[in-house]
Design a protein around this ligand. Structure first.
Ligand code: PLP
Length: 370
């Protein structure tokens, strides 16, 4: 009789009746997370994913260390504590909030909850692609609407799509541009109850234009509005994976039904809580980003290239020629920048990193373009 304790992988495969057919499978350890992001070679400057190189605040790091002692527990109480703080922060009941493993999970839940029965998704082009991808996988038609001449969402065209779900990314990734607050308000007013609107505010904290407002306060008046927020950007927690939705309780329930139980973890929850309660860290990050962004835009302009006015932690440069070879040339010089966005094939998206990183980018850019 075989001793289960010493059974080999091959023996186990035979027991399952698959013989050596598994030989061609990748070893489990090589499995990769699904993402569009390039992998950063050793020593490369990573300005490709709009991450915040300063990372979590000191208070968040201290909270993570403390929360390690809770790693053995499911995240129930830690989630309740964060939800209570977020409810206070936004002035909404906790029933209007749903946590996710990054705002990506919120986008995925929206695709699952809002696109049944042949409903369409309408979204800008270019915009952050994730929701479009989730919708397509569900078999939903995705209607892409080009940004207008000011790089704002073309709201009349999005409305004309008669979609089950409209995605507004404000500020928009990859253009870092805004869709003006009055137009967003009017758009929300005009949507029928059958159209859900997801406003993605991932870059909310970086905005300083008076033409922008968060739509969180409008949730109370709009049963079809979902707002997505993330801890990945200004709070520097992209690797910890935490985001959330704000919507009316009935919508939150519909979204939650589509989710996995316990997709958030106690370390991220503790860090998020410390971050929400540390307004000074976000304010400092915003100021630092704006100052360095202005310097980089100045340097890029001096080289003869226009930049779309940015309200985020990245910029979109008009490279005046196809961008893919430029992306490769920068990579060869140790600098990773954003991917190709086919609707703007001559624009290069660059994250604002640290002063040293931006120095390396400017050197590489000037040499690659020269
Ligand atoms: N929304 C926008 C507009 C983004 O740019 C990103 C990431 O870059 C995300 C959502 C997803 O962020 P996360 O899942 O880390 O919260």
């Amino acid at each position: 009789m075989a001793n289960a304790g010493v059974i080999s992988r091959r023996g186990f495969a035979r027991l399952l009746g698959v013989g050596v057919a598994t030989a061609g499978l990748r070893p489990l350890g090589a499995a990769r997370a699904v993402s569009l992001r390039p992998r950063a070679p050793e020593g490369a400057v990573r300005l490709s994913s709009n991450e915040n190189p300063y990372g979590p605040s000191p208070a968040a790091l201290a909270a993570i260390r403390e929360a390690c002692s809770l790693a053995w527990r499911y995240p129930d109480e830690a989630a309740d504590l964060l939800l209570a703080d977020l409810a206070k922060h936004h002035g909404v009941p906790a029933e209007c909030l749903l946590l996710g493993a990054g705002s990506s999970e919120i986008l995925k839940l929206a695709a699952s909850a809002c696109l049944d029965g042949g409903k369409k998704l309408a979204m800008a082009d270019p915009s952050f692609e994730a929701l479009g991808n989730y919708a397509r996988v569900r078999g939903a038609e995705v209607v892409k609407v080009p940004l207008d001449a000011t790089f704002a969402h073309d709201l009349p065209a999005l409305a004309a799509a008669s979609a089950g779900l409209v995605y507004l990314c404000n500020p928009n990734n990859p253009t870092a541009s805004l869709t003006p607050k009055a137009k967003v308000r009017a758009f929300l007013e005009a949507q029928p109850a059958t159209t859900a609107v997801l406003v993605d505010e991932a870059y909310h904290h970086y905005v300083d234009s008076a033409d922008y407002e968060s739509v969180v306060p409008l949730v109370q008046a709009h049963p079809n509005l979902i707002v997505a927020r993330t801890f990945s950007k200004i709070y520097g927690m992209a690797g910890l994976r935490l985001g959330y939705a704000i919507a009316q309780p009935a919508v939150i329930k519909k979204l939650a039904e589509q989710g996995a139980w316990d997709s958030v973890n106690v370390l991220a929850l503790a860090a998020a809580r410390a971050s929400v309660n540390d307004a000074a860290y976000a304010a400092e990050g915003k100021k630092r980003n704006a100052a360095l962004r202005a310097e980089v835009v100045g340097a890029v302009s001096a080289l003869g290239f226009k930049v779309i006015p940015s309200q985020a932690n990245f910029i979109m440069i008009d490279a005046k020629k196809p961008v893919v070879p430029i992306i490769t040339a920068l990579k060869d010089r140790g600098v990773l920048v954003g991917r190709l966005f086919p609707a703007l094939p001559q624009h290069l998206r660059v994250t604002i990193g640290t002063p040293e990183q931006m120095h390396r980018f400017l050197e590489a850019f000037s040499s690659a373009m020269g």
